[in-house]
Design a binder for this molecule. Structure first.
Ligand SMILES: [Zn+2]
Length: 129
Protein backbone atom coordinates (compact mmCIF):
# COMPACT_ATOMS: atom_id res chain seq x y z
CA UNK A 1 0.00 0.00 0.00
CA UNK A 2 1.36 3.38 -1.03
CA UNK A 3 1.55 6.53 1.03
CA UNK A 4 -1.77 7.79 -0.39
CA UNK A 5 -3.48 4.48 0.34
CA UNK A 6 -2.19 4.57 3.90
CA UNK A 7 -3.45 8.13 4.40
CA UNK A 8 -6.83 7.14 2.95
CA UNK A 9 -7.02 4.15 5.29
CA UNK A 10 -6.10 6.39 8.25
CA UNK A 11 -8.80 8.87 7.24
CA UNK A 12 -11.45 6.11 7.17
CA UNK A 13 -10.65 4.75 10.65
CA UNK A 14 -13.81 4.98 12.77
CA UNK A 15 -15.98 6.06 9.84
CA UNK A 16 -19.18 4.25 8.95
CA UNK A 17 -18.17 3.37 5.38
CA UNK A 18 -20.21 2.06 2.49
CA UNK A 19 -23.49 0.16 2.82
CA UNK A 20 -26.57 -0.72 0.78
CA UNK A 21 -28.33 2.60 1.52
CA UNK A 22 -25.29 4.65 0.45
CA UNK A 23 -24.90 2.53 -2.68
CA UNK A 24 -28.56 3.03 -3.64
CA UNK A 25 -28.42 6.76 -2.82
CA UNK A 26 -25.43 7.11 -5.16
CA UNK A 27 -27.23 5.12 -7.87
CA UNK A 28 -30.46 7.16 -7.57
CA UNK A 29 -28.45 10.40 -7.48
CA UNK A 30 -26.59 9.48 -10.66
CA UNK A 31 -29.80 8.36 -12.41
CA UNK A 32 -31.47 11.69 -11.49
CA UNK A 33 -28.40 13.61 -12.69
CA UNK A 34 -28.63 11.81 -16.03
CA UNK A 35 -32.42 12.38 -16.22
CA UNK A 36 -31.67 16.11 -15.96
CA UNK A 37 -30.81 15.99 -19.68
CA UNK A 38 -34.47 15.22 -20.50
CA UNK A 39 -36.19 17.32 -17.81
CA UNK A 40 -35.38 21.06 -17.93
CA UNK A 41 -35.27 23.32 -14.90
CA UNK A 42 -32.36 21.87 -12.91
CA UNK A 43 -34.47 20.65 -9.96
CA UNK A 44 -33.88 16.99 -10.89
CA UNK A 45 -30.12 17.50 -10.97
CA UNK A 46 -30.32 19.41 -7.67
CA UNK A 47 -32.14 16.51 -5.97
CA UNK A 48 -29.67 14.04 -7.52
CA UNK A 49 -26.76 16.08 -6.19
CA UNK A 50 -28.35 16.19 -2.71
CA UNK A 51 -28.69 12.38 -2.74
CA UNK A 52 -25.02 11.98 -3.70
CA UNK A 53 -23.92 14.45 -0.98
CA UNK A 54 -26.05 12.58 1.59
CA UNK A 55 -24.47 9.26 0.52
CA UNK A 56 -20.97 10.72 0.96
CA UNK A 57 -21.97 12.21 4.34
CA UNK A 58 -23.16 8.75 5.46
CA UNK A 59 -19.90 7.12 4.39
CA UNK A 60 -17.78 9.58 6.39
CA UNK A 61 -20.03 9.73 9.45
CA UNK A 62 -18.69 8.46 12.79
CA UNK A 63 -22.20 7.96 14.22
CA UNK A 64 -22.59 4.25 13.48
CA UNK A 65 -25.83 3.84 15.47
CA UNK A 66 -27.61 6.61 13.55
CA UNK A 67 -26.39 5.26 10.20
CA UNK A 68 -27.59 1.78 11.18
CA UNK A 69 -31.04 3.20 12.04
CA UNK A 70 -31.16 4.95 8.65
CA UNK A 71 -30.24 1.67 6.94
CA UNK A 72 -33.01 -0.17 8.82
CA UNK A 73 -35.51 2.56 7.89
CA UNK A 74 -34.45 2.32 4.24
CA UNK A 75 -34.79 -1.46 4.17
CA UNK A 76 -38.21 -1.39 5.88
CA UNK A 77 -39.94 1.48 4.06
CA UNK A 78 -38.20 1.84 0.69
CA UNK A 79 -36.16 -1.17 -0.42
CA UNK A 80 -38.41 -3.97 0.92
CA UNK A 81 -41.70 -2.70 -0.56
CA UNK A 82 -39.95 -1.77 -3.83
CA UNK A 83 -38.43 -5.24 -4.17
CA UNK A 84 -41.71 -7.02 -3.38
CA UNK A 85 -43.50 -4.77 -5.90
CA UNK A 86 -40.88 -5.55 -8.58
CA UNK A 87 -40.99 -9.29 -7.80
CA UNK A 88 -44.74 -9.59 -8.51
CA UNK A 89 -45.73 -12.22 -11.07
CA UNK A 90 -48.11 -10.05 -13.13
CA UNK A 91 -48.28 -12.57 -15.97
CA UNK A 92 -50.04 -15.25 -13.89
CA UNK A 93 -51.56 -13.31 -10.98
CA UNK A 94 -53.84 -10.34 -10.49
CA UNK A 95 -52.95 -8.00 -7.58
CA UNK A 96 -55.51 -5.85 -5.77
CA UNK A 97 -56.11 -4.26 -2.36
CA UNK A 98 -58.71 -5.15 0.24
CA UNK A 99 -61.26 -2.27 0.24
CA UNK A 100 -61.33 -2.23 4.06
CA UNK A 101 -57.72 -2.58 5.26
CA UNK A 102 -55.75 -1.99 1.98
CA UNK A 103 -53.86 -5.29 2.40
CA UNK A 104 -52.50 -6.42 -0.99
CA UNK A 105 -54.12 -9.64 -2.21
CA UNK A 106 -53.32 -11.79 -5.21
CA UNK A 107 -55.37 -14.28 -7.20
CA UNK A 108 -54.63 -16.38 -10.31
CA UNK A 109 -55.67 -14.63 -13.53
CA UNK A 110 -58.49 -15.86 -15.74
CA UNK A 111 -60.83 -17.18 -13.05
CA UNK A 112 -63.59 -14.68 -13.78
CA UNK A 113 -65.55 -13.24 -10.87
CA UNK A 114 -64.27 -14.61 -7.54
CA UNK A 115 -65.13 -14.16 -3.89
CA UNK A 116 -62.10 -13.06 -1.87
CA UNK A 117 -61.67 -13.35 1.89
CA UNK A 118 -59.00 -10.96 3.20
CA UNK A 119 -56.23 -12.74 5.14
CA UNK A 120 -55.72 -9.75 7.42
CA UNK A 121 -59.19 -8.49 8.39
CA UNK A 122 -61.51 -11.28 7.16
CA UNK A 123 -63.51 -8.93 4.90
CA UNK A 124 -65.31 -10.80 2.07
CA UNK A 125 -65.63 -9.06 -1.30
CA UNK A 126 -66.00 -9.96 -4.97
CA UNK A 127 -63.37 -9.28 -7.59
CA UNK A 128 -63.10 -9.95 -11.34
CA UNK A 129 -59.67 -11.46 -12.17
ZN1 LIG B 1 -58.68 -6.61 4.65
Amino acid sequence: MGKLGYRLAQMMVGRYGFDQFSRDLLAYGMILSICDIFIPGGIVKFIGTLLIIFAIYRMFSRNHAKMRLQLDWYRTYIDGPLRSWLARDRKNYCYFKCPTCKQVQKAPKGRGRIRVTCHKCGNVFEKKV
